[in-house]
Design a protein around this ligand. Structure first.
Ligand code: GKR
Ligand code: MG
Length: 416
């Protein structure tokens, strides 16, 4: 079996103004949809970031995959390394973690190749990853402070302005009603730390049994983070990226008992060694979009087990191909014992046949059709590709977008 053709389609999906410490989400988020075809008539699917550097990387590599055996992941890696000799990062200038373009491109194609292999042998992708230890995948509700959407050209708002602790609790109540989530993650680093502490305490009051996390993405100095950790002692299951950089995380970690998690200071295998040596974090967030695909994400789990670190799962704005891949990785990672993140409730479009999957009690069943277990809805892809051409947003720049809401906004990390 050989690869005959690779199609990369950039799409734009209407987004809402979700705030974080870098700024706020633009009016659309970008994804790249990958279709890899074989001479046996199988098409493997993938979904990756759609911003410029990833897209260029995917488009550069696509024609070079012709003739590749979908079972030969080593050759896939070699072809990508040769095609992208400057391994540089993919993220927009305002991002806090930069993921190597070779890892992101490899991850995107690896999923598509695994999808082909699963379809060929008629087995779900989790079986290619070593088998499922769970088939019901729990997701946490991902809560955001947000502005009311000003410009509805590309799509309506979801929930209006949410900029106070009480409004945030209302958002959680709505998600609880719609999706049944059993745990919450708050994107912090947006309001004054005292207001974010108040928000977490109110969530605790409203949902006494739901595990809680907050992720300010490095917005706090070590003394501020220590103050927040003390105030939320016994309230949080973990604190995600409270401080910027490995050394600040290590300094904080030495001062508190609360576990620290990260998707910013440990994004490559080499960084696990430094994190363990410095005892900077106790939980690493997995993500098949940059941890060298689904096999890499499962390896991450095994390394974390050996290093006595916990594993959780990170997300960005995404659609159903990514969601299915996340479910397969979660199914096949025994020590992924925290609820996975998902941005899924923040959009209303879908690109897979059958439409949007339904969450039950905050969980999804891992698809058990062959491969990823999802099929492309070509009409929807065409619609969102047209939006991509119309929207003229080709990169993610949350800081620039923030100026529309707060004209004198200045990005500062840490801010408090
Ligand atoms: O969507 O604003 C956002 C998030 O901040 C996202 O970009 C992060 O990658 O959710 C992510 C995280 O840091 O955990
Ligand atoms: Mg994070």
């Amino acid at each position: 079996m050989r690869i005959t053709e690779v199609i990369i389609t950039p799409i734009a999906i209407p987004d809402v103004p979700l705030a974080n410490t870098k700024g706020v989400h633009p009016s659309v988020f970008l994804r790249a949809i990958i279709e890899v075809k074989t001479d046996t008539g199988i098409t493997g699917l993938g979904e990756a970031y759609g911003a410029k550097r990833t897209l260029t990387g995917l488009q550069t590599v696509a024609p070079l995959l012709e003739g590749l055996d979908p079972y030969d992941l080593r050759a896939l890696r070699r072809r990508i390394e040769t095609a992208l000799p400057d391994g540089g990062g993919v993220n927009a200038p305002t991002a806090l973690a930069d993921h190597k373009v070779v890892d992101v491109v490899y991850s995107a194609f690896e999923i598509a190749l695994l999808d082909i292999r699963g379809k060929e042998v008629g087995r779900p992708l989790y079986d290619l990853l070593g088998g499922a230890v769970r088939k019901t995948i729990p997701f946490g509700g991902y809560l955001f402070y947000k502005f009311a959407k000003q410009d509805m050209t590309f799509g309506p708002d979801i929930m209006g302005e949410v900029m106070t602790p009480d409004a945030l609790v209302d958002q959680a109540k709505q998600f609880s009603k719609d999706y049944g989530f059993r745990s919450w993650k708050l994107k912090g680093g947006v309001l004054e730390p005292d207001l974010e502490i108040e928000t977490m305490l109110k969530l605790r009051e409203t949902f006494p049994d739901h595990p809680l996390r907050i992720d300010p993405m490095g917005a706090w100095t070590v003394p501020t983070a220590k103050r927040v950790a003390d105030a939320l002692d016994g309230v949080l299951e973990y604190l995600e990226d409270p401080c910027r950089g490995m050394d600040a995380m290590a300094e904080l970690s030495a001062l508190i008992d609360m576990p620290l998690a990260t998707n910013l200071v440990v994004v490559e295998f080499e960084q696990i060694i430094e994190a363990v040596k410095k005892d900077a974090v106790q939980i690493v967030l997995s993500d098949h979009h940059y941890w060298r695909g689904a096999t890499g994400a499962v390896h991450l789990g095994e390394i974390c087990r050996a290093a006595n670190l916990g594993v959780s799962m990170h997300s960005n704005s995404h659609l159903g191909i990514s969601l299915a891949a996340m479910c397969h990785v979660a199914a096949a990672t025994p020590n992924l014992t925290f609820d996975c993140d998902t941005h899924y409730p923040w959009s209303s479009k879908e690109i897979i046949k059958g439409g949007r999957p339904t969450f039950k009690n905050g969980t999804l069943q891992v698809p058990d059709g062959p491969g990823l277990g999802v099929e492309l809805d070509h009409e929807s892809i065409a619609e969102l590709h047209t939006l991509y051409n119309k929207a003229m947003v080709k990169d993610r720049d949350d800081t620039d977008e923030m100026l529309k809401y707060v004209p004198n906004y200045e990005r500062k990390v840490p801010r408090w």
